[in-house]
Design a protein around this ligand. Structure first.
Ligand SMILES: O=C([C@@H]1CCCNC1)N1CCCCC1
Length: 339
């Protein structure tokens, strides 16, 4: 079995939503596929009206195959301070034609404000490791764990794009979505994340010789997290990069590094083992912060920010827009390639 779904960016690529079919007859909800968490939760008929902001909901009573997982609840809180919680059902879930029967579908009876105000997202589909699932007393498995035995290849891939739909594939690797060989790296899933070791970075043009700065070995632990918008890296990498950009500044008022929207940003190369992951400078230009119009805006928020205070760096959507990524569940590996 194998499947492909579109990954559609919301305004300023702040998140990517993919269609998921839940229940009988199928109800299609657009969910945020999150390799940084392991709960599949949805706005539902159990979500109080006051906590809905226009999202499409999963109407539990209209699914003939929904079964309450009695005496089980869930509650999750994300690193950005958002949180949700509720009851648990088992139902059929399909992604791009890949079907899982008896998938835990976590129904929200409470959601925090940032979820309420995000009208486009009906919830999250977690793709990290099962140990992070929050259902109690019986921890539940993710969609990918449940789908694994039916997949041709035990993998899923992320191919996100700047300001246009990309895709997630399940069960196969589409060689037309990347160039060159795949570069495999070891994963440490002991904390439940797609964690790996990055060995350093270099900034194009940093030393003015055009061939890019020497590799600066700021080795760091990192996780691959499609549910995080930006690229969160050690403070030293941020300083070395943004010091090359005229007008860049770390502005606590703005919440981090800002750059002039017209800046010509250098490429950032992240060294992962022997692999050089190039992040084109234009991806490090993120949303305007002084107006909603990137054409007239003067100041833009940087697409790379500091991971200071976090247990690891977070390779979020800015990274996945530059690098085709294989999440090899079968072998517990990640693989990257340019595209
Ligand atoms: O909650 C999160 C992210 C938030 C955005 C969506 N992905 C999960 N964390 C990042 C990974 C370490 C734990 C905190």
């Amino acid at each position: 079995d194998q499947g492909e779904v579109s990954a559609t960016p919301q305004l300023f690529d702040v998140e990517y939503l993919a269609p998921v079919q839940i229940g009988t007859p199928p109800q299609t909800l657009n969910l945020n596929f999150d390799t940084g968490s392991s709960d599949l939760w949805v706005f539902s008929s159990e979500t109080p009206q006051q906590s809905r902001g226009g999202q499409k909901i999963f109407e539990i009573e209209k699914s003939s195959s929904a079964q309450r997982l009695a005496n089980n609840t869930w509650a999750i809180s994300y690193g950005d301070g958002s949180r949700s919680s509720g009851n648990v059902y088992l139902d059929v879930v399909s992604v791009g034609g890949v079907n899982v029967f008896n998938q835990a579908v976590e129904s929200a009876t409470s959601v925090s404000s940032s979820f309420i105000s995000d009208a486009a997202s009906s919830g999250l589909l977690g793709l990290a490791f099962d140990k992070l699932n929050t259902v109690k007393p019986s921890k539940q498995k993710t969609f990918i764990t449940n789908a694994l035995e039916s997949l041709e290849l035990g993998v899923f891939t992320a191919n996100l794009k700047k300001s246009e739909p990309g895709n997630y594939n399940f069960g196969f690797i589409d060689e037309t979505e990347f160039t060159g060989p795949l570069n495999y790296v070891d994963v440490d899933s002991s904390d439940g994340f797609w964690a790996f070791q990055a060995t350093g970075y270099s900034v194009e043009g940093a030393s003015g010789n055009g061939t890019g700065s020497p590799v600066v070995p700021i080795a760091h632990n990192a996780i691959a997290d499609t549910g995080t918008t930006l690229l969160l890296l050690p403070a030293g990498i941020n300083q070395a990069y943004y010091r090359q950009v005229k007008g860049a500044k770390e502005d606590p008022q703005a919440g981090g590094w800002t750059v002039p929207c017209k800046a010509d940003l250098p490429d950032l190369t992240l060294h992962i083992g022997s692999y050089k992951a190039v992040i084109p400078g234009e991806l490090i230009l993120f949303a305007p912060i002084d107006t909603d119009d990137i054409k007239t805006a003067k100041t833009c928020f940087g697409g790379m920010q500091s991971s200071a205070g976090m247990p690891f760096a977070i390779y979020g959507d800015v990274f996945f827009k530059a690098q085709f990524t294989v999440f090899d569940v079968e072998n517990g590996k990640l693989a990257f390639a340019p595209k």
